[in-house]
Design a binder for this molecule. Structure first.
Ligand code: NAD
Length: 482
């Protein structure tokens, strides 16, 4: 895609200008200047995309293909993503503001994701069931049909891949609604899909605001399933929109994940990992371990090491591969996050790393890291998802207190526990109410394993064979022998 060109929607295998000729501006967070003008799809454009997806689904050139044949196309798409990694990573960094090394890793992981589901497509089995009637009973996994995929701005390309790859592998036709801040790389994916042989109408991309484009998609009776990633409040709204049509819904929502640190671990190493987890992508990560909980006996020492490692994170131009942190996604988001620093102070927490102590570029939406010590579970900085470079450190005495503290939240996405005691690791991992727990690591995501939240962090799972199943319906067939 060329700089300066207007970006159109991708519908039915081609670029499509919006019916009402409206375009919205995408800003570059590192500079605050306009990066692109993008088609704003209104309800008529969404209807057009749904009609194209429905037609392609009914014609069966994808849905009725053998799963092996679908897998081969997805393998070609993975290769095309790899071939275009530099271009995709540049656009990703420029639209999100994330460090270029992270963008490259994410684009390559998206290619891995397409490869995983290319191989998984023909391993989606049904069952044979010994029913009591005379005959043969079996189940099939069939595609749900037309699927709306609504994607957030923090990992735009990767999360698009997490949804598109299993949905297509299962034989669905899809419509992607990217976030308004970050629609560019999803639009590139639409074009690459057509180039590698996806039939027209199977992969459509409709940019536009959530309130208009997203709602039109989620509320349309022509959509059989909506898979959404974003804020918990938006997820709740999607459920309401889908309810009248009994549209299937899966939700990946917010988080406020803990890192729990017990006495006896290598403090400096764990503090380093905690810093990496909490401040990667400038803290704009649903799995960011933004609540650090440390055993009282090592609390002071840990805070010292943690502050040191966070201070060492270099912040600046995300296109410079030396930088570990870029700007936040928008001016309004930066102001919202900065507001939590004021709230933390007003609530009486101790600001042990003040964002004003570090110089950041004057242009762009930068905010340096903040750390609050002596935080309590009733403070808003501990309870609410800040989604930026602000973390809290709390102290606990016993294992049971750590578990209670970790579970004192409406969220339940992920968490880490660091301990040298295997029994303790197992007890804590089992008792923290979260969909993904990591022991002695901050890593939460494996393409081959299910990922998703308990409580208000969502319902359903991404990744692994679980995601493939979630894009199917179970059909039961009985053949009488009489
Ligand atoms: P958001 O909810 O504001 O937006 C997500 C998407 O929904 C965007 O495409 C947006 O345009 C669309 N949208 C907004 N309002 C809508 C509406 N009324 N109807 C239909 N669509 C609508 O979230 P965001 O700010 O883009 O992303 C950040 C949030 O996403 C955080 O809460 C984060 O924790 C969460 N997240 C969760 C996961 C996960 O896997 N659990 C992963 C990444 C991000």
């Amino acid at each position: 895609m060329e700089q300066g060109k207007r970006w159109l929607a991708w519908i039915d295998g081609q670029e499509v200008a919006p019916a009402e000729s409206r375009f919205f501006k995408v800003e570059e967070p590192a500079t605050g200047t306009v990066l692109a003008e993008v088609a704003q799809c209104g309800p008529n454009d969404v209807k057009k995309a749904i009609a194209a997806a429905r037609r392609s689904f009914e014609e069966g050139r994808w849905s009725q293909q053998s799963a092996t044949a679908r897998g081969k196309v997805l393998l070609r798409l993975a290769q095309s993503i790899r071939d275009n990694v530099d271009m995709l990573a540049q656009w990703e960094t420029r639209q999100v503001g994330k460090p270029i090394r992270d963008s490259r890793d994410e684009v390559l992981t998206a290619a891995d994701c397409f490869e995983y589901y290319a191989g998984a497509a023909n391993k989606l089995y049904g069952h044979t069931i010994p029913v009591s009637a005379a005959g043969f009973d079996y189940t099939l996994r069939v595609p749900v049909g037309v699927v709306g995929l609504i994607v957030p701005w923090n990992f735009p390309f990767l999360i698009t891949a997490w949804k598109v790859a299993p949905a297509l592998a299962a034989g669905n036709s899809v419509i992607v609604k990217p976030a308004s801040y970050t629609p560019l790389t999803a639009l590139v994916l639409g074009r690459l899909g057509t180039e590698v042989g996806l039939p027209d109408g199977v992969l459509n991309i409709v940019p536009g605001p959530g309130r208009e484009t997203g709602e039109a998609l989620a509320a349309d009776p022509g959509v059989d399933k909506v898979a959404f990633t974003g804020e918990t409040t938006t997820g709740s709204r999607i459920l309401q929109l889908a309810a009248p049509n009994i549209t299937r819904v899966s939700l990946e929502l917010g988080g406020k994940s803990p890192t729990i640190v017990f006495d006896g671990v290598d403090l400096d190493h764990v503090a380093y990992l905690a810093a990496q987890s909490a401040y990667a992508n400038s803290g704009q990560d649903c799995c960011a371990r933004s609540r650090i909980m440390v055993q009282q006996s090592i609390y002071e020492k840990f805070v010292e090491h943690y502050v040191k490692h966070v201070q060492q994170l270099s912040i600046g131009d995300p296109l410079n591969p030396e930088n570990a942190m870029g700007p936040l996604v928008s001016a309004s988001h930066r102001n919202r996050v900065a507001g939590y620093v004021e709230r933390g102070l007003a609530e009486g927490a101790e600001l042990v790393l003040d964002p004003r102590s570090k110089e950041v570029p004057a242009q762009g939406f930068y905010l340096a890291p903040a750390i609050f010590a002596q935080a309590r579970s009733d403070m808003s900085i501990v309870r609410e998802e800040i989604f930026g470079p602000v973390t809290t450190v709390q102290a606990f005495d016993s294992e049971q207190e750590a578990i209670t503290m970790a579970n004192d939240t409406t969220y339940g996405l992920s968490g880490s526990v660091f301990t040298r005691d295997v029994g303790q690791a197992l007890r804590v991992a089992n008792q923290v109410r979260a969909g993904v727990m990591s022991v002695n690591t901050i890593r939460s995501v494996h393409l081959e394993a299910p990922f998703g939240g308990f409580k208000q962090s969502g319902m359903g799972r991404e990744l692994g064979m679980e995601a493939l199943e979630m894009y199917t319906e179970v059909k039961n067939v009985f053949i009488s022998m009489e």
